[in-house]
Write a new protein. Structure first.
Length: 156
């Protein structure tokens, strides 16, 4: 039996088996497969990172308090204390909400002495809007199809 080896990070072997599977040593060596494997991995990594960023944005937007904070920031920069004012919450609770928004990339924070000034960062909102726009088009087309079907059925 030929020696077995594991090939990591690429598609390998004459049969094109996936990485991590034992492959018999043979005279077939192709760096072409290695390049494809790395590109696929990199592409998947980019998709996973993009999905993770979008998940953080929607996670941050899932809370009504954080949405209200973002709305207040759309008018102008505010301190954490000013963001906490309209809510019945402690400064620490408001700071936690701000941290979630900051981790999602929805706001930037600058420190001026002892106060933390927050500003809206709209970039991630644009990405979420693009994601939602796809589904808006999808459902609009489906509802248009339904309307045509209903009108066609009622005209008979």
């Amino acid at each position: 039996m030929p020696k077995q080896r594991f090939v990591g990070g690429a598609v390998a072997g004459r049969m094109g088996r996936l990485c991590g599977t034992p492959v018999a040593r043979s005279g077939f060596h192709s760096t072409f497969w290695l390049k494809i494997g790395k590109a696929s991995h990199m592409l998947n990594h980019m998709v996973e990172q993009s999905t993770a960023n979008l998940d953080r944005v929607f996670g941050a937007l899932s809370d009504p308090t954080r949405r209200a904070m973002l709305r207040r920031l759309s008018v102008g920069a505010r301190t954490i204390g000013e963001l906490a004012e309209p809510f019945d919450m402690s400064f620490a609770a408001a700071a936690k909400h701000v941290k979630v928004l900051e981790q999602a990339g929805l706001l930037s924070r600058t420190i001026e002495g002892r106060s933390h000034r927050c500003r809206l960062a709209a970039g991630p909102l644009a990405a979420a809007d693009r994601w939602l726009a796809y589904y808006e088009r999808f459902w609009s087309m489906r509802l248009d199809d339904l309307e045509r079907a209903i009108r066609k059925g009622s005209s008979k």
